[in-house]
Design a protein around this ligand. Sequence first.
Ligand SMILES: Cc1cc2nc3c(=O)[nH]c(=O)nc-3n(C[C@H](O)[C@H](O)[C@H](O)COP(=O)(O)OP(=O)(O)OC[C@H]3O[C@@H](n4cnc5c(N)ncnc54)[C@H](O)[C@@H]3O)c2cc1C
Length: 337
Amino acid sequence: MGIQAFYVPIRDIETHRPLPGIEVGDIGPKFGFMVKDNGYCIFNKVRIPRRNMLMRYVNVDKEGQINLQGNPKVLYSVMMFTRLQLLTSSIFHLTKSLNTAIRYGIVRTQFKNFKDPTTGKLVERKLLDYQTHLHRICPLLAFKFAMVFGANHMYSSYHQMMSNIEQKQDFSMLGPMHTILSGLKGLWCNVAYEGVKTLRECCGAAGFSAYAAFGMSIDSLSAYVTLEGDSVVMYLQTARALLKGGRRVLTKDKPLNKMIEYIADLNVLMEQKGNFKCLAKSIDEFRNEKFILDLLKWNALIRIGKNIQLFADPKHKDISVWEKFNEKFQIDLIKMA
Ligand SMILES: Cc1cc2nc3c(=O)[nH]c(=O)nc-3n(C[C@H](O)[C@H](O)[C@H](O)COP(=O)(O)OP(=O)(O)OC[C@H]3O[C@@H](n4cnc5c(N)ncnc54)[C@H](O)[C@@H]3O)c2cc1C
């Protein structure tokens, strides 16, 4: 039945001391994320009234029988919403840091080797005119835009999912939302964390000044990659669902949910035995959104197909699925996710 939530009085209202059987404590200082004052609580033979259970989806009657109301998986939606908020917080920290680093790259100049196109005179070159500088900043800027559009899409999908659950008791979006959000949470928090450190370096010693405020973002993001699910564990959640989806396509089992129906084209990939040629005739085609989406889809399907083959390879028939998942192919799975 999983973990259930109960309302438990912890301290005596008069003395503010912990109630009998309850031990509370602080876990000690952390190096960041001070907004959250984490502590611990140990319960030893503590009894509480039955009505203290949060019984909207699961309840216990006076005889001790557990009754489900609807699908208890709906509780995952709370965790999903927190992960959604972490996506937007990652965007916030990355955007703020990009703003600082790009502005700095424009005002800070270095070496008189840039020919001013209007005067023809040699002037000091802006940091942003150095190739290595652009190489570090531009992919993060592009990623940030993708994150903004992606987050908007995920928020509206989340609200659609909740309205389906509340109005039609339709839980079908819950699984695919979990699959997608797990992977996004892992990837975006990591990209933002590594990205902000890079952007700090792009500002040299000025980036080290507390006024530049990179430290606050690095502190927060270093917590985000761990809390609400460590990135590696998140990727593995997504990987498990992708493998399952791919196998479902190949065994022609139940159809896939609309959100991940692109996996259905795995059949085409398998029929063509992975022999794909790029159909682009000019560089302009890479600017076409549909073409790019197609490329991303085939890239994902090739990785899903490879992992399915890896797991099914007769060479590994003596290895259990558990060992394959946890010991042998974790790196391949994470790359796929
Ligand atoms: C700042 C902060 C605030 C928090 N606040 C709360 C809170 O308010 N409430 C709450 O309940 N929790 C809270 N947490 C706990 C948080 O949810 C967990 O720390 C997080 O889910 C990771 O779990 P863990 O610490 O047990 O790490 P572990 O699971 O022990 O992970 C440690 C390392 O092992 C690796 N690892 C673990 N499992 C696997 C696997 N199967 N395969 C491969 N590698 C693996 C991970 O990648 C990671 O690098 C907080 C954490 C932080 C950092």
